[in-house]
Design a protein around this ligand. Structure first.
Ligand code: BG6
Length: 478
């Protein structure tokens, strides 16, 4: 068995919109995620044809308070350091830096906050891994410019990315451009800032928005490399290892097509710098052609030159393709639901647990791209119980994470270069798909419930001690 590389980036991951809170403090402007209602129907409500960019008194908005990392970040990063984190993945809230998104001058108070977070990480030798855009476009850009389908957003994003890279690029080596960029295939709200009323259901808009984001991403790669030649920039996708349900060739072909559209399209462009050969057949299926997209030769040259250095992805579950109507039982999922795989168990939220799929996925991705891979999200969303003595015995979470670390070990043995592992929601935070606090991922428990009641006190779960030992032994002691 090969050991984990010496410089393996063990750590954890979060996103601004789900933990910072302080949504209107120190000049921050509203983001699209500030109008995402709390509760299990969150996505259904957002997808409905009459959803608009206005808050609705009918709903609660748990992201507004999050877990108030804005005022607790020192305490939280100290706990990450106690676990031995080598890396902490977090995102910058775009509307904290540019409250509307189209301003010339940044909000200094926003920059100061992230400077403090970075300084705090570096104090403990924790490498910051920064997602430039994680699901929270400034609301103004969605409302007044129509979201990412509008090419003007390239310029606004470039200015934002240049600003943060210029300010922090000497201290920060790892950058990710767009969180789960491929998720727009089924949910363009979060990653492209589009809703039904602004054309989210028209696939041509989704593909145009992707192109605009690819160009924005290429500009960020350019800026990071120019600022600091040691910097490394990754794309970021939600990856679901996909299986054909059976050996029926029709299902095999459909599974391949699913992979092309969902798992590969955005990565082919961001890693290889070129649109893949199957693009036209994909567009045709949605009734348009490549020439309907606004893509200039200069932009295509930029994509080729400034492709990413590594591929990062979230992995929670695998998916199944079956097109003959033999299987109808459905399963839940973050962005992606799908058909039920009879070989897998599910989480309490109905996500299918598949550690072997992670090893398969790591192999498939490396076979295809031959760039280093970074698992920047993985974990089990579960309800935790605080025992009368204050302990939280989350053995189910330890089992989940252990089996996934074993799968990474397996892939490393297979010869796949894996850069790091940053489990999702290393401290409890607000769920993306349901806006709940009760769906917890953390090693650190936060006293806050779905109704926004709680002291926000932090406490260590059993998994905290387990993960500490995993990191200390560089993955040997599971
Ligand atoms: C990913 C997102 O899709 O999954 C995160 O990048 C999200 O923002 C995570 O929180 C887990 O999903 P959920 O819905 O359980 O919070």
């Amino acid at each position: 068995m090969m050991s984990f590389p010496k410089n393996f980036l063990w750590g954890g991951a979060t996103a601004a919109n789900q933990l910072e809170g302080a949504y209107d403090v120190d000049g921050r402007g509203p983001s699209i995620d500030d109008i995402a209602p709390g509760g299990k129907d969150r996505m259904k409500i957002i997808k409905s044809p009459d959803f608009d960019w206005q808050p609705n008194p009918k709903y609660t908005y748990p992201n507004h308070e999050g877990i108030d990392f804005y005022h607790h970040h020192k305490e939280d990063i100290a706990l990450f350091a106690e676990m031995g984190f080598k890396a902490y993945r977090f995102s910058i809230s775009w509307s904290r830096i540019f409250p509307r998104g189209d301003e010339e001058q940044p909000n200094e108070k926003g920059l100061t906050f992230y400077q403090n977070v970075i300084d705090e990480c570096l104090k403990y030798n924790i490498e910051p891994v920064i997602t430039i855009s994680h699901y929270e476009l400034p609301l103004y850009l969605a409302e007044h410019y129509g979201g990412w389908k509008n090419k003007q957003l390239i310029g606004f994003f470039k200015h934002y990315a240049d600003t943060v890279i210029d300010r922090f690029g000497d201290q920060v080596k790892y950058w990710l451009t767009f969180n789960e960029i491929n998720s727009a295939a089924s949910f363009p709200f979060s990653s492209q800032g589009m809703i039904a009323k602004t054309g989210a259901d028209d696939k041509r808009n989704v593909f145009q928005a992707w192109h605009n984001q690819f160009v924005g991403s290429a500009y960020a790669v350019k800026a990071a490399h120019e600022k600091n030649p040691d910097s490394q920039v990754g794309n970021m996708i939600v990856y679901a290892t996909n299986y054909a349900y059976d050996a029926n060739p029709v299902n095999q072909l459909a599974a391949l097509k699913f992979d092309q559209e969902f798992n590969y399209y955005t990565t082919d462009v961001q890693v290889r710098g070129e649109y893949p050969a199957y693009s036209e057949s994909l567009y045709k299926q949605y009734g348009f052609t490549g020439s309907d997209l606004d893509r200039t030769p200069e932009e295509l040259a930029l994509l080729k030159k400034y492709h990413v250095d590594f591929l990062s992805f979230s992995y929670y579950m695998s998916s199944v393709t079956e097109v003959t109507g033999k299987v109808s039982e459905k399963t839940a999922g973050n962005i992606l639901g799908g058909l039920k795989n009879p070989f897998l168990k599910e989480s309490e939220w109905g996500w299918q647990i598949d550690p072997v799929g992670l090893r398969v996925g790591l192999n498939r991705l490396y076979d295809r791209y031959q760039v280093p891979l970074f698992i920047v999200e993985n974990g089990l969303g579960a309800a935790d119980t605080v025992e009368p003595d204050g302990k939280i015995n989350d053995d189910y979470r330890i089992d989940y994470l252990k089996s996934h670390v074993e799968a990474i070990q397996g892939a490393i043995d297979d010869g796949v270069p894996v850069m790091g592992y940053t489990p999702w929601g290393c401290i409890d935070l607000v769920s993306l798909s349901t806006g709940e606090m009760s769906k917890r991922y953390g090693f650190i428990y936060v006293d806050m419930d779905d109704q926004g009641r709680g002291t926000l006190a932090r406490s260590k779960k059993k998994s905290f001690y387990w993960y500490k030992q995993v990191i200390a032994s560089n993955g040997a002691d599971l």
